[in-house]
Write a protein that binds this ligand. Structure first.
Ligand code: ADP
Length: 727
């Protein structure tokens, strides 16, 4: 091979080797680049992992520190809690579900005075044992065993009731124990000594106040007794004096004494009532009563005062309203007397009209009754309306007050009505008149069997004569209710004109201008009419003495209760002949009724003797309780009047002794208390001593007479002559 070839081949070989080298070099470079990249990636990964590790390490550190902060907080809170629990003066302890003490504060443990036994781990039952054994607790009347049994039973209850224990040193601890859901118990012992002492002091103060109040009531009762006893002498004697021959001047003096005495008694009663209401001592005594009759009685009582001023006192009782209710008639009468009395007092001309309406009874039998008292008097200025209901308040518009009064009447009435759960109202116009009203919710009582009056056959038309329109209207309605035809006239002249034989009956008012009722009756008679004439008079006593009385079929006190009028109509017949003198009963061999009166006060004995003097009885006196018991045995009375306050033996003891004597013989004589005590409580104790009735001083002739008549046994001479009874 030529050199050239060889060279060429060598060059070719060299070139191929160079190319291979280049190739390998480029492969090597690529591999290096890959390696670099890989290395880069790896180092990035390492960096990342390192960062993550660092984060986790940081997190760990933070969590650790948070944990230690939390730990610290818990420690602080726990320390504070215990500190607080230790600081409070009340006892605090925890028990587990096996009743073992887990922890207790110092106050809890102090009670046990550092006893080793009482510490965490002790059982509650042991604590109870220690409390009684060491005399830490004062179990009072209870035996220690019983006390522990009671306390254990309480502790075991799912919800133990709070209880108060008394310690040996008179400290009081209220135990409040709460059972948790797992059976643990938190036990709290509150020192309530201050509260208990305070309550005891309050109780003591209340007792002192109550006894002061009782003392006040007793003082009032005594005061009323002390004043009433001499007043009995004054009023009673003045009353008797009026029946003796007096000249005009003397009569005026006596009337003044009596009226002043009665006024004084009214004031005493007002003050007494007001104090009783204030002291919440006034109790109501509900019973069935007739409201219409009750109003009539009040009107009768006030009639003389109204008559003096020529005032008409009218009653308009709703015809469809029942009359019998359940209520306290005494207190309702008191309110009526106050309101109607005021209306009469503050009215100088015109009329006073009592209007009774109502809302019928509901299912429970309760109905509303409204009573309004209208007058045509002086009225009340608008700015004084609220003022007058205050105690001792009066409208002072005149410089010199011309009306008597304490200013207590309305205050008492309002309180009484409130006590009866009713309300009072008033409307008034100065110079025109006033209307005072009150409403009560009253249960209707069993009505007296409603009896339609049997009007005699032939009576169809009735004439009503009255100058007052309201009065006429009331009578008209009452007559129409009976199915009668009514002709109304406002005066006698008109009546005479309209009268003819179709009129079967005349009902006439007494006091009318021009021609009064009696003159009308006479004129009717003179005109030859035969129909009966009934006179309604506010002053029947006066009318009865009039010669024209003989022309009347009947004479009735006005206003007439509906029922009484109806009963009277039933008796209609020929005109009664003039009243004939009744023959006195012939002397009989019957004995007189024996009445014994026990009374220590000589003046009152005299009053009693005089008040009973008109009675045909054998009256004997005892000067005290002891004498009364002795006289009771020797005299054997049919009736005993018994004073309550007497020396040696009081009326209650004397009555007890009499009742004991009677128990042997099996008799029971009525014993009537005569007392100046006006308190309800007194009445109860008097009745409890065996007395049957109760009369308050000052004594009234009528009340005494009624008691004698009621007690009169058969087989004795009548205490009253027939004539006296008839009139
Ligand atoms: P008293 O009548 O004893 O003064 P009351 O408490 O009954 O006391 O009445 C208080 C006052 O109310 C009376 O003084 C009077 O001024 C006024 N008053 C009461 N009722 C009437 C009435 N019907 N008309 C006018 N004023 C009246």
């Amino acid at each position: 091979m030529s050199l050239a070839n060889k060279l060429a081949e060598e060059r070719r070989g060299r070139l191929a080797a160079e190319r291979l080298l280049e190739l390998k070099q480029s492969e090597l470079a690529a591999a290096r680049r890959k390696l670099d990249r890989h290395a880069q990636e790896l180092s990035a990964e390492i960096d990342e992992t390192r960062a993550e590790v660092a984060t986790v390490r940081d997190e760990n550190i933070r969590v650790k520190s948070d944990l230690s902060v939390a730990h610290h907080k818990v420690e602080v809170a726990e320390r504070r809690l215990w500190h607080s629990i230790e600081t409070v003066t009340d006892g605090f302890a925890f028990f587990d579900d096996t009743n073992q003490m887990l922890a207790a504060n110092r106050a809890y443990l102090t009670i046990f005075d550092g006893m080793e036994l009482i510490r965490p781990g002790v059982n509650y039952i042991t604590i109870l044992q220690v409390l009684t054994d060491e005399g830490i607790v004062n179990t009072g009347d209870m035996a220690p065993d019983d006390w522990r049994a009671m306390m254990t039973q309480r502790w075991m209850a799912p919800y133990p009731e709070p209880t108060t224990i008394r310690l040996w040193n008179d400290q009081y601890v209220k135990l409040i124990d709460r059972r948790g859901p797992g059976g643990d118990i938190v036990s709290l012992g509150l020192n309530i000594t201050a509260t208990v002492v305070y309550e005891a002091r309050l109780k003591e103060a209340r007792e002192v106040a109550e006894s002061a109040n009782r003392a006040k009531s007793a003082f009032l009762a005594n005061m009323s007794h002390e004043i009433r006893t001499p007043m009995n002498g004054v009023v009673g004697m003045a009353d008797l004096l009026t029946d003796t021959g007096l000249n005009e001047e003397q009569r005026l003096y006596v009337d003044t004494i009596r009226n002043s005495g009665e006024a004084l008694l009214t004031i005493i009663n007002d003050v007494l009532d007001y104090s009783k209401i204030e002291a919440e001592k006034l109790t109501l005594h509900p019973e069935p009563f007739d409201l219409e009759r009750c109003i009539h009685e009040v009107i009768m009582l006030l009639q003389p005062a109204a008559r003096e001023k020529d005032l008409k006192l009218l009653l308009d009782y709703d015809l469809f309203l029942p009359t019998r209710f359940v209520g306290d008639p005494g207190r309702i009468r008191q309110v009526l007397t106050n309101l109607i009395g005021n209306a009469v007092k503050f009215t100088s001309a015109g009329h006073v009209l009592v209007r009774v309406t109502g809302v019928p009874a509901d299912q429970g039998g309760m109905g509303q009754v409204n009573i309004a008292i209208e007058d045509t008097g002086i009225g009340i200025p608008a700015d004084k309306i609220d003022h007058i209901f205050g105690e001792f308040n009066q409208v002072e518009n005149e410089r010199n007050r011309q009306f008597d009064g304490t200013g207590l009447g309305l205050a008492i009435s309002q309180r009484l009505v409130k006590l009866m759960e009713g309300k009072v109202w008033v409307t008034s116009e100065e110079g025109q008149g006033s209307c005072f009203g009150f409403s009560l919710n009253l249960e209707t009582a069993e009505q007296e069997v409603p009896r339609h009056p049997a009007i005699p056959k032939g009576v169809h038309r009735v004439m009503v004569v009255d100058d007052i329109a309201a009065d006429r209207l009331i009578l008209e309605r009452q007559m129409q209710m009976l199915g009668l035809n009514v002709v109304s006239c406002k005066d006698g002249a008109g009546a005479l004109q309209m009268l003819n034989d179709s009129i079967d009956l005349v009902l006439t008012d007494h006091n009318m201008p021009d021609m009064d009722g009696l003159e009308l009756a006479q004129a009717i008679h003179n005109a030859g009419h035969q129909m009966p004439v009934i006179l309604l008079s506010t002053n029947p006593g006066y009318a009865d003495r009039d010669p024209a009385r003989k022309y009347l079929h009947a004479l009735m006190q006005k206003p007439v209760p509906r029922r009484e009028l109806f009963t009277m109509l039933e008796t209609l017949g020929p005109i009664a002949p003039p009243k004939a003198e009744m023959p006195e009963p012939k002397a009989t061999s019957l004995r007189k009724m024996r009445v014994m009166a026990a009374e220590d006060n000589k003046t009152n004995q005299l009053v009693l003797r005089k008040m009973l003097a008109h009675l045909n009885i054998d009256l004997q006196f005892a000067n005290n309780g002891e004498e009364a018991v002795a006289l009771f045995q020797s005299f054997a009375p049919d009736l005993v009047f018994m004073d309550i306050s007497m020396p040696k033996m009081d009326g209650k003891d004397a009555t007890r002794a009499i009742r004991a004597l009677e128990a042997e013989s099996g008799t029971a004589v009525p014993v009537v208390a005569l007392t100046a005590h006006a308190m309800d409580e007194e009445e109860a104790t008097i009745m409890a001593a065996g007395l049957n009735h109760y009369l308050t001083k000052p004594l009234r002739k009528n009340a005494l007479e009624n008691q004698v008549l009621a007690a009169c046994p058969e087989g004795v001479q009548p205490p009253l002559s027939q004539q006296a009874q008839a009139s």
